[in-house]
Design a protein around this ligand. Structure first.
Ligand code: ADP
Ligand code: 5GP
Length: 211
């Protein structure tokens, strides 16, 4: 049976594990489509334009917003970030799930949009603030002052934890990964994700009446 795609949102304070878990979910199911955000932030070492982000300048970004081409957008850590709408609509209409690594502002905008029935949102909490700091340092991608700014902002992000469908403490990575997979597997079976159910039930009814 066909199904509708889910909009799967992962949010957390920076360093809690969103990108790591998004990567594991994509290895688990290669039909999961990652929503490549557009951002005005400069690329980090190793980041690939068009794969990790679409790296754009502020004028370009604002033009896309003005054209209505963003499903959501927000300013995070002094930069603009947004999720292009076109690839998301194409994927979910074709029954493919889309995975978003976005902040609470973007999650709120998508969760109150016309696609809200198809949203599955997760908030990842770190086991402790000390561990969050350790992870940002061990990632080795940001300068100390950038890490400090991200730590300062972490509480702002954490304070939105209870607007999400599921909240997971990302302590043991393998355990969190399993929980995510289990929940996604179950949520794909929501009645609203299975548009062909009505036809199937009608067929059952016909068969029942013809006995
Ligand atoms: P985010 O995308 O939320 O900013 P990352 O996925 O980049 O976070 O994770 C930050 C760092 O923490 C990375 O070095 C990653 O390998 C590590 N990490 C993620 N999850 C865990 C975990 N459960 N236990 C230990 N380290 C983790
Ligand atoms: P980073 O600069 O570390 O890649 O991302 C910083 C923050 O911006 C993270 O919380 C990330 O989830 C968020 N983010 C990334 N892309 C988007 C997006 O398209 N929209 C929104 N609202 N937030 C995003």
């Amino acid at each position: 049976m066909n199904r509708r795609g889910l909009l799967i949102i992962l949010s957390s304070p920076s360093g809690a594990g969103k990108s790591t878990l998004a990567g594991r979910l994509r290895d688990w199911d290669d039909t999961l489509q990652f929503s490549v955000s557009s951002t005005t932030r400069p690329p980090r070492a190793g980041e690939v334009d068009g794969t990790d982000y679409n790296f754009v300048d502020v004028d370009d970004f604002q033009r896309q917003v003005a054209d209505g081409a963003m499903l959501e957008h927000a300013r995070v850590f002094e930069n603009y970030y947004g999720s292009p709408k076109g690839p998301v609509e194409t994927a979910i209409n074709a029954g493919r799930d889309v995975l978003f690594d976005i902040d609470w502002q973007g999650a709120q905008q998508i969760s109150t949009s016309s696609l809200s029935n198809h949203v599955l949102s997760f908030f990842l909490l770190p086991p402790s603030i000390t561990e969050l700091h350790r992870r940002l340092v061990s990632r080795g991608q940001d300068a100390p002052e950038v890490i400090e700014r991200r730590m300062q902002k972490s509480w702002d992000e954490i304070s939105h934890w209870d607007s999400y469908d599921y909240v997971l403490v990302n302590d043991d990575l393998a355990v969190t990964e399993e929980k995510l997979k289990t929940i996604i597997t179950a949520e794909r079976l929501r009645a609203s994700q299975q548009p062909d159910l009505m036809d199937h039930v009608r067929t059952l009814q016909q068969e029942f009446e013809d006995r």
